[in-house]
Ligand binder design. Structure first.
Ligand SMILES: Cc1cc2nc3c(=O)[nH]c(=O)nc-3n(C[C@H](O)[C@H](O)[C@H](O)COP(=O)(O)OP(=O)(O)OC[C@H]3O[C@@H](n4cnc5c(N)ncnc54)[C@H](O)[C@@H]3O)c2cc1C
Length: 500
């Protein structure tokens, strides 16, 4: 059974329903409308398309039902220093030539005095800044083929959409507030949950998707939490929506503030905004005022305050309980990884699905993989803070001088010395992503790959020029993001909607 009907509960329910189809198992989900959901996960990363594929979701129908837009990446403003703009878009910077990654070519040209910005070599960044979108080209040799994309959507509509899908696939939903959790006397496994009205629900496997409170994993089983706020000290967010624009940008925007940063997520019907901040450095009223001053359209509704502690549950699978979503840990939404963590948790559960014996090695392996995934994402987020040149507030001075986790230290050292990026297992982000942040935040390596010097210099210049010219030409030939969405929605099949 699944406790919680937020994004974590309904994604897990939908995935399990798909996996258990035709098997002798039933899925029940309990949620309480009185408690509600956190409802703020509105930007995603490309892996969500694998989830949609698994669930048989039609993209056109999905966009129509969730007020969705396309996302090519994130543009960062003022992170390296006030006035600086850099980006992390879902693509690379060119082909690997004779084993040499394209950023080495870029670094060589830069050393020769060529001031072309890195963004000129990123197809999705050029297209995004022009406000264009189209699906990647099918011709693999084209620069318009090698990029990924994700979505922005309305979190409330998304939860509803997933619920309809899961219910259609046989998930039973129970409305009610859980008042007690009963454990088996012999081994401390969860036996049942008791609702406030006296109903009792039994189960074999319990998924804790109850949000930050961790009703099962923390409150009933007492599993502790590892706090990572020494590296990621933001602990609050204030959010507010505002009126949208006719031309939603196909990317998220993240602007650094004196003690945190602010997001801007363009949807079809509105823009989602939020200010993530460290409460030790900025009071709530000031954080809210900063947010309201900088939103671009008429504000819709009241601002909401959310509190969190960045970190991870010591064990996300304990006895017969698996924590998914906010009950398992929290990483601030700087790279929109919350939903990724949920879908990977659901996929991992399928890979390691237990029988009633609950062999402890399954939990051990699940916990190992989850921990690695969290730690690698954590390090990527820390990188955004620690390589800054900002020293204009106590918050940024802390960030630029803090001692970072050892695996990240190693990565930074290898990069600084050699322009290479060592990758660990369960790494969500590959070399181009790390390069985007390193170079975008002005951490230039001492040298590039010496083999680049074997390449003929005029040919190198010519090749780089050809790539940027082709990128620009192809991007300019794409439809506007707005037109592309309109076309997609108008061509959707009538019967596709799981919400219908
Ligand atoms: C400020 C902020 C911004 C974010 N932005 C992004 C983003 O851009 N992209 C992204 O991918 N992720 C983002 N996230 C993360 C994302 O919001 C969450 O991962 C996602 O919403 C999952 O939440 P959840 O389902 O775990 O918890 P919740 O949404 O809190 O759901 C908890 C559920 O448990 C139920 N429940 C709790 N207690 C009981 C009880 N006693 N009885 C019965 N039911 C109960 C509730 O009714 C609810 O249904 C963000 C998070 C925050 C805090």
């Amino acid at each position: 059974m699944i406790v919680g009907g937020g994004t974590a509960g309904w994604i897990t329910a939908a995935v399990l329903a798909r996996f258990l189809r035709g098997r002798p198992a039933s899925i029940e989900l309990v949620e309480s409308e009185d408690i509600g959901i956190v409802g703020v996960g509105e930007a995603t990363v490309p892996v969500i398309r694998a989830l949609n594929g698994l669930l048989g979701i039609d993209e056109r129908d999905f966009l129509a039902n969730t007020q969705g837009t396309f996302k090519l990446g994130v543009e960062f403003r003022d992170w390296a220093r006030p006035g600086n703009v850099h980006f992390h878009f879902f693509g690379d910077f060119g082909d690997v030539i004779e084993g040499i990654a394209p950023h080495h070519h870029f670094l060589k040209l830069r050393q020769l005095g060529d001031a072309t910005p890195l963004g000129a070599y990123s197809f999705p960044y050029v297209a995004g800044k022009l406000g264009r979108f189209a699906h990647p080209a099918t011709d693999r040799r084209s620069p318009a083929a090698a990029y990924g994309y994700a979505y922005h959507f309305d979190a409330g509509l998304y939860a509803r959409y997933l619920r309809a899908l899961a219910e259609r696939n046989g998930v039973r939903r129970t409305e009610g507030k859980i008042a007690d959790v009963r454990l088996r006397a012999q081994d401390g496994f969860i036996e049942s949950v008791m609702l406030a009205d006296g109903r009792r629900i039994d189960g074999d496997l319990f998924v804790d998707a109850s949000g930050f409170r961790g009703l099962l994993i923390a409150q009933a089983l007492g599993v502790g939490y590892e706090d990572w706020s020494q590296w990621l000290p933001c602990d609050r967010a204030v959010t507010v929506a505002c009126e949208g624009t006719a031309d939603p940008a196909p990317y998220t925007m993240s602007s650094a503030r004196s003690a945190g940063w602010q997001w801007r997520i363009p949807l079809q019907h509105r823009i989602g905004n939020g200010h993530v901040y460290c409460s030790a450095h900025v009071p709530d009223e000031e954080a809210q005022a900063q947010l309201l001053q900088s939103v671009e359209g008429r504000v819709l509704g009241e601002p909401r305050l959310l509190r969190f502690t960045t970190g991870v549950r010591n064990e996300v699978w304990s006895r017969n309980c698996v924590a998914v979503g906010l009950s398992s840990g929290f990483l601030e939404p700087l790279e929109s990884t919350g939903i990724q963590l949920i879908q990977n948790a659901a996929a991992r559960l399928i890979d390691l699905f237990p029988d009633r014996g609950f062999d402890p090695v399954l939990a051990a392996e699940y916990n190992r993989l989850t921990r690695n995934e969290y730690e690698r994402l954590r390090d990527f987020l820390i990188l955004h803070y620690c390589v800054t040149e900002r020293d204009d507030s106590p918050f940024w001075r802390h960030c630029r001088t803090m001692r970072v986790p050892e695996p990240l230290r190693h990565k930074i050292d290898v990069w600084t010395g050699t322009a290479r990026v060592p990758l660990y297992s369960e790494e969500s982000y590959q070399e181009p992503s790390w390069v985007s942040i390193f170079l975008g935040q002005h951490l230039y390596p001492k040298r590039y790959d010496p083999f680049v010097d074997n390449l003929d210099e005029p040919r190198l210049r010519q090749g780089m020029l050809q790539r940027r010219t082709a990128i620009r030409r192809l991007a300019e030939s794409m439809p506007s993001h707005r037109d592309f969405i309109a076309r997609q929605i108008s061509s959707r099949p009538a019967a596709a909607s799981p919400a219908a």
